[in-house]
Design a protein. Sequence first.
Length: 107
Amino acid sequence: MTTSRIGVRRRVVDQQHTVTVRQQSMTFTTTTRNRTMYLLPEALARAQMYEERLREAERDRLVSRVSSARRARRRAELAALRARRARRRAELAALRARRALAIAQID
């Protein structure tokens, strides 16, 4: 901190640039204003690109979640189908065994 006749001055870090600010009037220097006018559109463009990347990443995550859910559902459907077929085969085997037993008792 330096003291002058005008008042107390302090250094403030504004994003990437160090700016000297007067505590009394809080006015920025002309060079800072010009620098900010050039840097604002650049910062806005950077922020928009960042947001676009975030949206794209979220969209990719959603796509992967949907596709994995579809795979899981398909696996479950196939497992249920295999179980149904196995149950039907067991029922048919039991039916054949009863018929064979009935035929054997008749003879």
